[in-house]
Design a protein around this ligand. Sequence first.
Ligand code: IPM
Ligand code: MG
Length: 364
Amino acid sequence: MPLAIIPPMPYKVAVLPGDGIGPEVIDEAVKVLKASGSEIEFEHGLLGGSAYDEVGTPLPAETVETCHDADAVLMGAVGGPKWDKIEPASMRPEIGGLLAIRRELGLYANIRPAKTLRPLIHASPLKEGRNMMDLVVVRELTGGIYFGEPRHRAADGSRAVDSCVYTRAEIERITLRAFEIARKRRSFVTHVDKANVLETSRLWREVVDELSTKNPDISVHHMLVDNCAMQLIRDPGQFDVILTENMFGDILSDEASMITGSLGLLPSASLGEPKSGRVFGLYEPVHGSAPDIAGQGKANPLAAILSAAMMLRFSFGEEEQADRIECAVESALSEGLRTADIFEAHTRLVSTSEMGDAIVAKMV
Ligand code: IPM
Ligand code: MG
């Protein structure tokens, strides 16, 4: 990630815990950030179903303001069965909260690294020896079928429409972002689409090819999304950077995450255009709000903690601090500490906050 200008300390972080296990995992991420040695001011905001319950909207204007004022945003997760029936659907936590804040803050680049961690090699559903993977999904986050117009339902309920729309400019900016990321890795980009069917995919191919010609240091090839879903299981090690549109990226990043052994481990960054040279981003675990285990101390806080590490690295240029957190996570896992989602024989079951404490203790 190009790090042009770093904001002055204390860094201002907007904290949006959200719903379900969001508040529990975010508490641990905040604990770790406080222990990181950086001076950080935290400002909490409401988002999602909890915001809807408290103030009648999943994304209060005050929250948007808090985010605009901050140098970075740390978010938990939103949604749950309690709010699934709200009408209009645009007031539900996912659409009116999460999608709306991504769009409002212009966060078009969703970066989702998925890497097999040695201590968890047995937790992967893939055979040992076939599950080594180190890739980043670069998902376009503010376009495509998630946001396209028209979108409606016929009054008699007999028909519904969603539209997948992309502009050249939207494709260009995310492609260049993917190239930047690839340049710091193995310089290999797999662009994933459905060009044998979709017009938007054919536009993506055209634009990606044009930019590929202008960036000969990056090796680019195209793959159809169904094939990619299969290749991820057959040989996940073949990928370096997967560049793709919004919905394919949503699906493939969940698939990739499971190959690491647990969805509870994967962090993400959602970035916009640099603001006066600063990398503004929203950092959140890839997992959802898991209402079934909320409030029981069972949630895995590692994805949230690793998202905090990504924040330190991308938005604040604190490479060393981020490394320390990531090493502490590996070391806790190597010692056999496990939350319920990744517990197996001969490991030690710990609660959400015990895991957070262990990470802090190891950050020396
Ligand atoms: C994600 C989630 C969201 C998405 C949902 C909750 C709207 O699945 O961040 O991957 O589809 O983007
Ligand atoms: Mg998803």
